[in-house]
Design a protein around this ligand. Structure first.
Ligand code: DC
Length: 262
């Protein structure tokens, strides 16, 4: 396990950086540093796409939603109000949120415990947008995400603000989108295939509610980053989306290697 303490005292522990083979068609300097961001609303498959893209291009991958979910779980476990940032920030100095970079994809841990899939349960789902709207919490996360990229400079990072706020100079920025009804249907199918009884209308209203909170919050609302490649995933399979992203990244690398502006 390669420990990456992302939040303790707002600082980060040192960690070994990983050695990766260079990308095809990439100049050596480009292979040392490649930041790809994927933003978009809930249910566009960003996390799956980011992990698959990272595997194809031999990059690390960062699920920043898991960081907000982990803080939410911490607040739930500690009985903290989601509206009051003070005690939440205080709790972050007493508990350790880490990533274990050994497995693929990397696993988030809270005080050494692997907490995914607990992070996907209803109580966390219901509260996470409120916690993610707290500016003080976001500041801490943005700092932690930049520090992670400093130590993992070949990375695909996905969330709501990665290309717009955290890494506005990322090498390649993507924005994935799909109609809310499509996203709700996908989520319902996913839950049904894991044996759960679902009501698609309830899922749709929860997705619409999260969209509204993510788009309307004052700090870092969800928006299309400048220069982002926008992809409507509505009629595409995961593989087709990953193909499109991989193609765009490789084109970027070719263009950079031939000295073209990117
Ligand atoms: O992608 P997700 O559903 O796991 O994200 C969980 C919540 O965190 C969601 O309300 C959006 C928020 N989030 C955010 O505000 N900024 C990010 N970079 C990532 C997620």
């Amino acid at each position: 396990m390669t420990p990456d303490s992302v939040l303790e005292d707002g600082s980060l522990e040192t960690t070994q950086s990983e050695t990766r083979p260079p990308l095809m068609n990439a100049k050596p300097d480009m292979s040392d540093h490649l930041i790809v961001t994927i933003d978009g609303p809930a249910g566009t498959g960003k996390t799956t796409v980011a992990h698959q893209l990272a595997a194809r291009l031999q990059l690390d991958s960062l699920d920043t939603g898991a960081m907000y979910r982990c803080i939410t779980l911490l607040a739930i476990e500690e009985g903290l109000a989601p509206s009051d940032p003070g005690p939440i920030l205080e709790a972050l100095t007493q508990h350790v949120i880490d990533f274990d970079w050994e497995p693929t994809p990397p696993q988030i841990t809270l005080d050494g415990r692997r907490v995914d899939p607990r992070l996907r349960e209803a109580d966390v789902n219901d509260l996470v947008s409120r916690i993610a709207s707290l500016p003080a919490v976001r500041d801490r996360m943005v700092q932690a995400q930049r520090e992670i990229a400093g130590r993992h400079p070949r990375i695909v990072t996905e969330g709501r603000d990665q290309g717009s706020v955290v890494f506005p100079d990322a090498d390649v920025r993507f924005y994935l989108d799909a109609a809310a009804s499509v996203r709700a249907h996908r989520r319902a199918t996913e839950l049904q295939s894991s044996g759960k009884t679902v009501d698609e209308e309830t899922i749709l209203s929860s997705i619409e509610n999260r969209d509204r909170l993510d788009r309307e919050r004052t700090d870092s609302p969800l928006r299309v980053p400048q220069g982002a490649i926008r992809i409507d995933t509505g009629s595409l399979s995961v593989e087709q989306v990953v193909d499109a992203l991989e193609h765009a990244v490789r084109e970027h690398l070719k263009s950079a290697a031939s000295g073209g502006g990117v």
